[in-house]
Design a protein around this ligand. Sequence first.
Ligand code: GAR
Length: 205
Amino acid sequence: MVRIAVLVSGRGSNLQAIINSIENKKINAVIAVVISDVQNALALEIAKEQGIKTLFVDSSKFKTRKDFDQNIIEIIKREQATLICLAGFMRVLSETFVKQFKNRIMNIHPSLLPSFPGLKAQNKALDAGVKFSGCTVHFLDEGIDTGPIICQAVVPVLDDDTVENLSKRILKEEHHIYPLAIQAFIEQRLVCIGRKVFWKNEKNT
Ligand code: GAR
């Protein structure tokens, strides 16, 4: 059984979607550990309620970003997790971390990347006046919200949209596509060639 490490910083709705998909057998995996860089993250409570192992890693206890990342690398290795899912994890991971788990770190972001990476993606979409936005699941590289795109969902931007309304509609799609991407990874259906990810069909052909 594939073991997943989920990295979080906040509310945990994507974590909840992953947990639900595991319960509904739409994801064939176990969550080995949920790691947070924020002590009172709601996501930690969600995990604890489900009896999932949680760890808070306090970045202020480490001299450098690399030391912090090394600590997380060690936890992931100790927990024998082979897939790392960033679910609202709001820190940039170092090159060392990314290289260690090449094409095994997934991230979800609330925009159609490469548009609007970073914070407040939904505000940026509204400010830019785009007619469509959405969300993206991608393998993480060394950049901020960059790396080979696994899948995306498109959400129309309405004339009278607020950040709250748009975010809510995008989030619904996040909860749909993240589990799909995770299960495709588990079934070894994702083939990454350069910057492109190809989906093999269910029979692995
Ligand atoms: C989600 O919208 C996710 O796409 C975003 O943070 C939110 C976390 O919500 N991630 C990023 O912006 C990454 N750059 P959640 O804690 O309820 O899953």
